[in-house]
Write a protein that binds this ligand. Structure first.
Ligand code: 1CP
Length: 342
């Protein structure tokens, strides 16, 4: 029997609607949970946590156990791809990721050889999570989109407006293009491996797509994701893929048609009237402002109600418009779930 039919979130990706939509939260495993902080301490470093299947499985399950979300998302990070490409990624407590910035002259010699072997502990975690989850809970795999991952590889850390990567893309167009293509192919292979290991669907996080002008958005966000979707579906026919081009604005309008993603993850600035139009072509996911989760009370309830009122008539996956923050109170996450589920 195909037990995936019991997974509400997958049915929404296939176009069904529910009075009570499935819900999960981006970054649902993480620092707002005391049990996460405890496990992270035990792991030593952040990458050790990602590469030790037993611990990655544990932190993936923590928010499921506590809140009963409709989907678990693999615990890992978008920067395991540069790490697998040999770029020496470190995570410093309170500072975020640090990488060795890449120069244009280094790019031609780069290859994806050995990357999948490097990532095998993550794939082992995927299989372990799927076998430990109950039948109704969807397992999501993920990766970063090439543009977003490249912004970290070029700057060597997170940046407010991704200026170093934008500048690099103008100054070193051929090298940049080559880097994006390499990231697209390795990331697609990584998603294929996750789907084969037991992920039910995958999400592509393009967290920093909102800083690009029209032509650059087409070239560095739309085209590589289209290439990834085609490569994934050639290996896994019918693969369900959520695209999250954060900050895309009106470019959300034809992103699904151009890239072939199954569903659109919407940031909180997307107007609900526009979201409804996007929903006519398929499932949407989002889009509560994470600050409403910190605020709680009426601000949280009103935000939830507005999304349900606008979008529960069509295929909707309830989520935030970006990741939950470390200062989000657990009681407010409980309030959010109660408001959605009644
Ligand atoms: O010290 C710690 O515990 C590190 C905090 C942390 C966590 C919990 C980082 C460092 N990554 C993660 C996990 C993570 N990252 C997940 C796990 C699954 C989940 O529960 O959702 C996912 C999906 C990500 C994805 C990710 N990492 C993105 C895309 C999503 C987004 O939020 O935009 C990005 C941009 C990153 C980079 C990154 N990794 C970590 C941090 C603090 C950052 C952001 C750095 C910056 O500010 O630019």
């Amino acid at each position: 029997m195909d037990r995936t039919a019991e997974r509400k979130l997958l049915r929404v990706l296939d176009g069904e609607r529910f009075d009570v939509p499935p819900v999960w939260l981006m970054r649902q495993a993480g620092r707002y949970l005391p049990e996460y902080r405890e496990t992270r301490k035990r792991a030593g470093g952040f990458l050790q946590l990602c590469y030790t299947p037993e611990l990655a499985i544990e932190v993936t399950m923590q928010p499921i156990r506590r809140f009963g979300f409709d989907a678990a998302i693999l615990f890992s990070d978008i920067l395991v791809i540069p790490d697998a490409l040999g770029r020496k990624v470190r995570f410093e407590e309170g500072r975020g990721p640090i990488l060795e910035p890449i120069g244009p002259e280094e790019i031609p010699a780069m290859s994806g050889e050995g990357a999948m072997e490097h990532l095998s502990p993550v794939l082992e975690a995927v299989a372990g999570i799927r076998s430990g989850l109950d039948e109704e809970t969807t397992l999501l795999g993920f990766c970063g989109a090439p543009w977003t991952v490249a912004t970290y590889m070029i700057a060597g850390h997170g940046t407010p407006d991704q200026a170093p990567a934008r500048l690099f893309s103008y100054r070193h167009r051929d090298a940049f293009s080559r880097l994006i293509d390499l990231l697209a192919d390795v990331s697609a292979d990584y998603l294929i491996a996750q789907l084969k290991a037991g992920a039910d669907a995958v999400q592509i996080f393009d967290s920093w797509s909102g800083v690009l002008g029209e032509a650059d958005f087409e070239k560095w966000c739309v085209e590589p994701v289209r290439r990834m979707v085609a490569r994934v579906r050639a290996a896994v026919p019918g693969a369900r893929i959520i695209g999250f081009p954060k900050g895309a604005g009106i470019a959300y309008g034809d992103y699904r048609a151009k890239t072939g993603v199954t569903a659109l993850g919407l940031d909180w600035a997307v107007p609900l009237s526009f979201a409804r139009r996007l929903q006519e072509e398929g499932a949407v996911q989002g889009n509560l402002d994470p600050m409403r989760v910190i605020a709680g009370g009426g601000a949280l309830d009103e935000g939830v109600d507005a999304i349900l009122e606008a979008l529960s008539g069509g295929p909707l996956i309830f989520n935030l418009g970006h990741g939950i923050t470390p200062d989000a109170p657990i009681a407010h996450v409980e309030q959010l779930l109660k408001r959605i589920r009644g």
